[in-house]
Structures are given as C-alpha cells and as structure tokens.
Design a protein around this ligand. Structure first.
Ligand SMILES: C[S@@+](CC[C@H](N)C(=O)[O-])C[C@H]1O[C@@H](n2cnc3c(N)ncnc32)[C@H](O)[C@@H]1O
Length: 277
C-alpha cells in the first residue's frame, strides 16, 4: 500500500503530536498505524497529499475537530475495572480516612482520574467508596475523570462494558451495581453520572485549571507514553492542582522519584503514594 506519509514527514507530524499532547511516537512502532490513518482521513477529506492534511491540521482546524480525530485514532485506551486493585483499597482504607480527618469537613474530598479512558478507573473508585460504606455517610466525595480522547469519554458516559472490562470485579459487587443487558454489563442508573467526565488534554493548562483543586490524583498508565520532559511537566501540573497534604498515585511501572523530587513518597501496604507537603 502506498502511504501519503513519508518517513521524513513522520518526524514532522510526530513532533507536532508530541508538542500538543506529550505523546511520543516512535517510527518503528507507530509509523504504519499513523500512515494508514492519514490515508483514510485524506480519502474522507478528499485531499491527495500529506502536505494538505498537515496544513489543515495546523492552520485550518478552528474548532479543533481534526486534532481531536487524530488523538482519538492514536491513543492507547487499555483499561479495566479494579485494575491494580490494591491502589483502590489504599484509597478507601488509608488515604480518604486520613484526609477526612485533616481536611475541612465543610467541603467535599475531590479525586481526579487523569486519564480515565472509558471510565473503569473512576467508577472503580466510586464502587470502592460505596462498598466501604462509612466515609460516604460522613462527607461528600467528588470524582472527576478526564481524557484527551473524546470517544472514550462518550463511552464512559454511556457506562456499558464488555465481559473483559468487568472480569476482575468480584461477583457480589458486580451483581449489586451492574445490570446484564445482552452481552454488555451496564452500570446501574444510580451510579451513572456519579463521575464528572471531561475531554481534557493534560497539557492544556487553561482546561486543567478549570477543574479546580484536588485531594487525590490517580494518573496510571499514561506517563509511560511520554518522554521525561513531558512527564516532568505533568508532575508539576499535578503538584499545582493538589491541595497541601494531597496524594498522587501512579501506575505500577511509573515512579515519581524518576521524574521530580517535590513529592514525599510513602509506602502503604506495598503501594507507593506521593504526598504534597
Ligand atoms: C492506557 S489508558 C489508562 C487508563 C487508566 N488510567 C488505567 O490505568 O486503566 C491511557 C489514556 O491516556 C490518555 N491520554 C494520553 N495522552 C493524554 C493527554 N495528553 N491528556 C489526557 N489524556 C491523555 C489516552 O487517551 C488513554 O485513554
């Protein structure tokens, strides 16, 4: 198949994507996927060269639809409920009870899932909070989920999941909070809408600022797609968005100590958590 995207132009568009989203594409891993996407998109747009596509992307994309379509095509959205479950256990058994004692009771505790992909991560937080039972009786807790990919945010809002997505949820919890409809598992109506979901690019400072301050930020399995400079920028953004005493949790293959040294690392039940002083 003849691709409109040459190897030289891969470097150009790769640099553009990196600058806008932090996502670092490597030629040997990502050239073919991106080249196929650009061929398909060029057909839809009825244009015949990479130059015209790249021009549209950079200079003729006022509402940002073309960039959004590109992001939706290149992101890796793998996720499932109760992934790395020990972190949700630490959240409800250690972090939230501690924050409940130290943070003013007249305001909600706020948790950010950044990125949330199709919603399994923030809904897993809600399920753990509900199953724990005590905290929610005592104060308001808000959960916000963001992702750069608009298709995953739409799916998170619909909250209909495959058997692969729910496989790690214990049967009793599944039975209490999901309804099986055909092949899909649909989150109960009571829980839909309990996560405040937004299409947000983590590198867009204005969008991030609008979300407000948080007490806990989960950022799992996204930094692995970034390079060191972008990881550092994201870590500083989280630092600014956290209330003093708040925590960040990363994916199991991600370590804050390799990125910045401004957080205080603690090990709780074998889980690393990072506190803003
Ligand atoms: C592998 S998923 C991780 C989902 C979930 N946190 C988990 O661990 O199961 C990575 C997500 O990061 C999102 N992402 C990548 N770059 C982003 C950016 N600049 N801003 C916001 N989200 C981004 C992707 O769209 C994708 O849905």
């Amino acid at each position: 198949m003849a691709y409109l995207l040459s190897v030289e132009n891969f470097a150009k568009i790769g640099e553009f994507i990196y600058r806008k989203s932090g996502i670092y594409l490597e030629e040997d891993k990502h050239y073919e996927k991106l080249a196929k996407y650009i061929n398909t998109r060029a057909l839809e747009l009825e244009i015949d060269s990479f130059r015209k596509y790249f021009f549209k992307l950079r200079f003729d994309d006022k509402p940002g639809d073309e960039f959004q379509a590109l992001m939706n095509a290149i992101t890796v959205n793998e996720t499932y409920f109760f992934r790395e479950r020990d972190q949700f256990e630490v959240l409800v058994n250690k972090i939230l009870p501690e924050l409940h004692k130290t943070m003013p009771v007249d305001r909600p505790l706020r948790i950010l899932s950044s990125p949330c992909s199709t919603g399994e991560e923030p809904y897993s937080m809600i399920l753990h909070i509900l199953e724990e039972g005590n905290l929610i009786e005592q104060r308001d807790i808000e959960v916000v989920g963001i992702d750069i990919d608009s298709t995953v945010i739409d799916k998170a809002k619909a909250a209909k999941y495959s058997s692969r997505s729910i496989h790690a949820i214990p049967k009793d919890i599944l039975g209490r909070w999901f309804e099986k409809k055909g092949l899909a598992y649909e989150l109960s109506e009571d829980l839909k809408g309990t996560v405040d979901l937004h299409v947000t690019n983590i590198f867009d400072k204005a969008q991030m600022r609008k979300l407000g301050k948080f007490d806990v930020i989960f950022s799992r399995n996204m930094l692995i797609y970034f390079d060191d400079a972008s990881r550092k920028e994201v870590a500083m953004t989280f630092y600014d968005m956290l209330n003093p005493g708040g925590y960040v949790l990363l994916g199991h293959a991600e370590y804050m100590s390799r990125i910045v040294s401004i957080f205080n690392a603690k090990k709780v039940d074998n889980t690393l958590i990072y506190q803003k002083q």
